[in-house]
Design a protein. Structure first.
Length: 233
């Protein structure tokens, strides 16, 4: 038992050391973007409780608050519904040299809107082309785009749901809608697979990150972003 505790403590120490190193590297990557006047879009998608928000918080800890924005996406407002679905994302694109972290994104059209029937079959099928063209326009103008799918298992998602319900500070994070979405997991997985197949492009790649271990997922995401930015000339 003592050996197990020591091992766990060592892993925790390793995580804290590594995440701090990566936060400093993120700061350097942000400076590179600023110097090059290159905007960066980081998209996070994944099933409920996959750790998207927590990952974003760690990524931004050392960044200048003037250089980045976090855009949490929920259901469109009545006003936004009057426009093309991409309208509300256009107005949140980052300025040159800045970063936008999208906590969910335009991919809702081919995920939740598809599965829940909020758009027609023709609309979500057409969206693959529209999204690819949207991202290509941005990329051709110098925007860097990287997209993450955080993959959490059914058992781990259930554990996190229950943990939220038992924690008064986190109980607000779990809703009836989350449970309903969970019941349609197979449909979401089908939508995910088609999304990845149709929209993984060299100018806007998808990175699938195993997220049952939140800490390892945060490290993996940070490393991918830093590597991607440093690849750019």
């Amino acid at each position: 038992m003592i050996e197990e505790v020591i091992e766990i403590a060592s892993c925790e120490t390793d995580y804290k050391t590594r995440i701090k190193e990566l936060q400093k590297e993120m700061e350097k990557a942000a400076e590179k973007l600023k110097s090059a006047e290159a905007p960066l879009i980081v998209v996070f998608e994944g099933l409920d409780a996959s750790g998207k928000s927590g990952c974003i918080r760690r990524l931004t800890r050392e960044l200048d608050t003037k250089q980045y924005r976090v855009i949490p996406i929920s259901a469109p407002t009545d006003e936004e519904k009057r426009y093309h679905y991409l309208y509300r994302f256009w107005k949140n694109l980052p300025m040159r040299g800045n970063i936008a972290f999208f906590d969910r994104s335009w991919y809702g059209r081919v995920l939740v809107e598809r599965v829940e029937g909020f758009c027609s079959n023709a609309e979500w099928q057409r969206a693959y082309r529209e999204i690819n063209e949207f991202e290509k326009l941005l990329a051709d103008d110098g925007t860097l785009i990287i997209k993450f799918w955080l993959e959490v298992s059914e058992d781990e998602q259930l554990r996190r749901f229950r943990a939220r319900m038992e924690n008064l500070e986190k109980a607000h994070k779990i809703t009836d809608e989350d449970w309903r979405n969970r019941s349609r997991r197979e449909e979401y997985e089908t939508a995910r697979d088609e999304m990845l197949r149709h929209t993984d492009k060299p100018y806007a790649p998808w990175k699938v990150i195993p997220a049952n271990d939140k800490k390892l997922a945060r490290i993996a995401v940070a490393e991918e972003i830093i590597y991607y930015v440093n690849l750019q000339k």
